[in-house]
Design a binder for this molecule. Structure first.
Ligand code: AMP
Length: 575
């Protein structure tokens, strides 16, 4: 297939605001394509070269892309950067400069989509010394054979920003529309949910499109989880409180909600794979888990799920999530991390056992299977779990969870089935203390990039300590690009009120005089070595500006943060 055809699709998608029309454009394109092109096309319209769960990435940094554009078009890097400052889009910049370049295009061969796909695939496998040059050359080679318009999308793909507004849901609907019956609303719903179900179990739209085309809705319904391949896990819903959650189900299990990372363990004989909830393969990062599973699981083939926690070797207490997340991202010095941040796993579900999926088994049955096959050890245990309808017992258990430094409880319906990828009504409800907001001061910021280059994009939050200010988090959420609702605060506005207080600039980082007070909501407070206060707010978001009614000296201090941290740890009665 000519890359030009795909680029025409990109162009129409980019200028098309309507979701429905986007779906139709893609579905027509899929229908007209050859079966063996489907895998490539579904990836490329989402700006990808590998399925989202793959370890392989393209990841070309902005700076490198500027270099590539410069060597491919012959314009100096300075010109590329200044054009980029105007467009805020490296792809557009490449197209502009390619069009300005006066060169003979005679004898130029047309670029095929396969060619683009293959070069990007190659790029992801290059490693080690000199790899940067090899990568740059692979992209340059494509651009040399591309038209200006094609070069725009080659660059956008290389920086992982296709900007044509194709989210996963659009692709799902397009596959249904291309190959299944979507005549009536009812049929459409059925078809879309068949595609979705198959995709939850096999998160690769390439194979899903192929199955839909060749075997239709029945084929999709026959998709099964595969040992060794990640799937989308069951998610939980928020509950307003323990009492409300307890009243919802007839048969209830309460479990500690551990503050760690979801881990999905696949076992086939002595072959093991570990995946996170975001489908990352972390098998290599956790070698000790291999030992736990080989000793602790009495089954030849299974897929089990649990929460993985990091704990402090000296105190034996659980460590904040950030410490564990260092291990998830780690590619080197894995052995050192094994001894620095030991882990513990708390198993809570099973979805596959010896050749069979357990999606037709209620939680009560799945839990009894788990009890039979798990042999506990120090690092590998079943989650703390009680089955009760009594409020008093539930409250005691909640307090116990908070005292143990965990997040709260998950209230589970013992009659519920496991539905991959979803928050199921009647499934899991999380109960955790709601934290009060904090009034903090902004003491720093980072300039954005691309089209946000004139705005500050993330903000350093600090709390008071006497007349000093100590950092306790970075915030980029809760701030809008444009005002859509009354009371919205934009990056532009925040930048404007902070600019007069800028004290120092270093690269894209700015130090700001503590003047502006903001009200911040957050998920929780964690101990953290990364901030001068020793604490970090998890998921801080802006609630409102307090610049008119609060002075920096009225903001919350470190003592308040410590107090809230202790409260959250459950040393006081849960509310
Ligand atoms: P949240 O991330 O706040 O939506 O909460 C759901 C997450 O809690 C799950 O994805 C798990 O990683 C985690 N979790 C901790 N303990 C449990 C448990 N006992 N059962 C289920 N999920 C748990």
């Amino acid at each position: 297939m000519l890359y030009k055809n795909l680029v025409e699709l990109y162009e129409s998608l980019e200028s098309e605001p309507s979701r429905l029309t986007k779906v139709r454009l893609i579905s027509n394109f899929l229908r007209k394509s050859e079966t063996d092109e489907l895998a490539m096309i579904t990836l490329m319209v989402s700006g990808k070269i590998f399925p989202s769960y793959s370890d392989e990435e393209i990841g070309i940094a902005e700076k490198t892309a500027v270099k590539i554009i410069s060597i491919s078009t012959g314009f100096p890097e300075g010109d590329v950067s200044s054009n980029f400052n105007e467009t805020g889009d490296l792809g557009q910049t490449c197209e502009n400069l390619m069009s300005k370049r006066k060169q003979l295009t005679l004898g130029k061969k047309s670029l095929s989509a396969e060619n683009v796909f293959d070069n990007f695939r190659k790029l992801a496998t290059v490693e080690g010394k000199g790899s940067q040059d090899v990568k740059m050359n692979l992209i340059k080679e494509l651009i040399t054979h591309a038209s200006p318009k094609e070069s725009k999308y080659i660059i956008r793909t290389s920086v992982n920003e296709l900007r044509i507004g194709v989210a996963e849901g659009v692709l799902r609907d397009a596959i249904a529309e291309a190959f299944l019956d979507t005549e009536t609303m009812e049929k459409k719903k059925e078809s879309v949910s068949a595609v979705e179900w198959a995709w939850f179990l096999n998160p690769d739209y390439g194979s899903i499109a192929m199955i839909a085309k060749k075997r239709g809705i029945e084929g999709l319904r026959k998709v099964r989880v595969e040992i060794g391949k990640p799937y989308h896990v069951l998610l939980s819903e928020k509950s307003p409180g323990l009492k409300e959650a307890m009243e919802l189900y007839e048969k209830i299990a309460l479990e500690f909600k551990y503050d760690g990372a979801r881990i999905v363990i696949h076992k086939k004989g002595d072959k093991l794979w570990f995946y996170t909830r975001r489908l990352e393969n972390v098998t290599r990062q956790f070698p000790e888990l291999r030992e736990f599973v080989m000793n602790g699981v009495d089954a030849d083939e299974c897929i089990i799920e649990g929460e993985m926690l990091g704990f402090d070797k000296r105190t034996g207490k659980p460590m904040p999530f950030q410490f564990l997340s260092q291990r998830i991202k780690r590619k080197y010095e894995i052995e050192r991390m094994v001894s620095e941040i030991p882990i513990q796993v708390k198993i809570f579900d099973i979805i596959y056992l010896d050749g069979k999926e357990l999606f037709d088994k209620k939680l009560s049955e799945r839990w009894s299977i788990l009890k039979k096959i798990i042999n506990t050890s120090k690092g590998f245990q079943l989650a703390e779990h009680i089955e009760t309808k009594e409020m008093k017992k539930a409250e005691e258990f909640y307090r116990k969870a908070l005292e143990a430094g965990q997040e709260g409880l998950i209230v589970k319906n013992l009659d519920a089935y496991y539905h991959p990828g979803r928050r199921v009504a009647g499934g899991w409800l999380k109960v955790k203390p709601i934290m009060e907001t904090l009034d903090l001061v902004i003491t720093g910021a980072t300039w954005g990039t691309g089209k946000r280059a004139t705005w500050m994009g993330s903000f350093v939050l600090s709390c008071r300590d006497g007349d000093k200010y100590l950092e306790c988090g970075m915030m980029g959420t809760g701030i809008k690009e444009k005002i859509t609702n009354e009371g919205d605060i934009t990056f532009e506005h925040l930048t404007k009120i902070l600019k007069p207080y800028m004290e120092k600039e270093d690269g894209n980082e700015v130090k700001i005089k503590p003047m502006i007070v903001v009200e911040i909501a957050y998920e929780e407070i964690q101990k953290s070595p990364n901030y001068s206060s020793g604490y970090a707010l998890r998921f801080p978001r802006l609630v409102r500006l307090r610049d008119l009614d609060k002075k920096p000296e009225d903001s919350d201090d470190i003592e308040r943060i410590k107090k809230l941290y202790e409260m959250q740890k459950g040393r006081s009665k849960p509310g």
